[in-house]
Design a protein around this ligand. Sequence first.
Ligand code: SF4
Ligand code: SF4
Length: 264
Amino acid sequence: MREIENLKRAILEEYPRLTADDTFKFNCRPGVSCFNECCGDVNIFLTPYDILRMKNRLGISSEEFLDNYTITPIDKNQNYPVILLKMQDNEGKTCHFVGSEGCTIYEDRPWACRYYPVGLASPKEGENDSDEDFYFILKEDVCKGFAEGDTEWTIGQWRTDQGLEAFDEFGKLYKEITLHDYFTQGKQLDVPRMELFHMACYNLDKFRYFIKESTFLQRFDLEEGLIDKIMVDDEELLRFGFRWLKFALFAEKTIDIKPSALSG
Ligand code: SF4
Ligand code: SF4
């Protein structure tokens, strides 16, 4: 985690800050000399939407996905739980999803794999929270995509080509939680609220079960039709999860409480 923190600091303090109109030359394709080399021994943070896409791609529950394909590093300085993609226990520590032809879950690969070699940073993660998000280019020795790259991209074109719109929509909602003023004011979540964060963000099947089987629906007044939607649609459930977390973690009035629950 220290390595990751150092990189984060360098990105915020030293890397050129790019916009969607800035360009770079890059060419990643089967046949490139480093093909698949970036899919091993690498730290890949998974967002809630990454987990949703990957577990559905694999046709397994979120619990099964978390158990088999992720690790949750524990760091007492962390404001909230984070999830990393687990690499295999082999010599190259390769990703579970890399095959001879490349990524076997390509259409549902995570946000970080899509963006690479572009990154998106939020200055709020550092000292100065007054600046806007910015893009940066991450050059790693292993990657020959720059040397072999004769294709020029704007960052905006790259985002479209890599199918990042939906990932960025959910990424923005996630950041409204992870970069909330609550944390920048130095407050910390207690263990029960850490668990709520983990469930609503990462373990959607458990969150759905919780809504259905606990007293949740007796306590909260949800809009007509919403319950039906979140019972069958993971994306609706995740959107609702972010909204509910603002209520449950930060006491924002994002959900109405039923009068009967208040009087009881
Ligand atoms: S998810 Fe796919 S693209 Fe990402 S590291 Fe694994 S194999 Fe590579
Ligand atoms: S190392 Fe770079 S060029 Fe090589 S496969 Fe990975 S992203 Fe593509």
